[in-house]
Design a protein around this ligand. Sequence first.
Ligand SMILES: C[S@@+](CC[C@H](N)C(=O)[O-])C[C@H]1O[C@@H](n2cnc3c(N)ncnc32)[C@H](O)[C@@H]1O
Length: 418
Amino acid sequence: MSAAEDVTPVLHPDGWALLEALPPYDPATALGLGARLREAGAAPATVAAALTQSRLRAAARGKLGGFADHMLFTAEGLEQATRLPVAARHADRFRRAGATRVVDLGCGIGVDAMAVAGMGIAVDAVERDPATAAVATVNLRHLEHAVVHLGDAEAFPDGLPVPRPGTPGGTDAAWVDPARRRDGRRLKDPEQWSPALSWALGLAGTGVGSVGIKAAPGIEHALVAPGGPAAGWSAAWTSVDGDVVEAVLWWGAAAEPGTLRSATVLRTVPGAGGDEQVQEAGTLTDVGLGPAPVGPVGGYLHEPDGAVIRAGLVAHVAEQLGGRLLDPMIAYITTDEPVTSPFARSYAVHAVLPWGLKRLRAYLQTQGVGRVTVKRRGSPVEPEELRRALRLDGDREATVVLTRRGDERIVLVCDPLV
Ligand SMILES: C[S@@+](CC[C@H](N)C(=O)[O-])C[C@H]1O[C@@H](n2cnc3c(N)ncnc32)[C@H](O)[C@@H]1O
């Protein structure tokens, strides 16, 4: 941790006051501002910490909106934190499950805990890193019934000062968002996460009524399948504006009975007063469909949302659209009609060509296309290389989709369907 990353100076009243008095962060003026503050007598460590927090607050706005302006961060804690609208959905699931006291086992800077406590549910937030726990304490300061404990989450339930599950007023739900990075690298093996996934799954046996475990979007479906280590749990994938942000394993009252897998698509939309809001476009639930039909390219192409693909629900979107796959192994759906779905991006197909740079270039030139968005599934061609190699100069835009049907490589030239 560098001196600037040390949050201690802003935990003191003079450091906090300096941070709160800073103008909105501007990287172009931050150095000069720092020099002026030091010349005016502020301690260098305090100035460094306040400017770092100011920069992190600005960086956090995308995840946390205006709340970021009243919070403290560690750089790592911000990177790992849940986006607030997604955290609000976790909290709402606990509310619907009837939870009254949630333990957050590895709370980081406290975003999930803030969302749960914001619903009026009591939270015990446990964090083992002292600086992160201090930051979480500041971030939860206005929320009644939220307490941060410095300690090892894996001591739950007996070794932590939290009300025992199964007792009156006891902890009735547990949330775990394990640390999934070490030394800046993502840890693929869930047993390397902290806490490890197998330990977190064991929370189902501690007497709580609901458990949620945030996991990587790439978790295996076999986990929740009958006979799998998380049989009886449901896995819920979520995307925000097309980015798959998480898969959460839910158990007990917080799980969807009988649902192994689901996909929720969230979108940012303009809200009141110029602010943005994140809204649910839809949730798709696994109803055990077989594989989607496969057939020829129609007039329309549909690219399923990443959450749908990760959840293995492409056949469900194909059925909803009345469509078919171009290839049984590739997640592109085609239809003859201009149908749309919240679970896919749709395009009108103008041409289907065998793959070949010269042929594609000639076609795009005849159409006056100068700018292309390149998408690919099942093609080795690098989109950036293709864009450069095309050397186009027309006025129109087009979406070029590189894919294949069996062994045949094809290119679809499309326009987004509005
Ligand atoms: C992914 S972050 C949590 C982010 C949090 N959900 C949020 O939205 O702000 C995981 C946190 O768990 C903490 N952690 C990992 N293992 C722990 C353990 N055994 N006991 C307590 N905290 C732990 C890490 O220090 C890290 O801050």
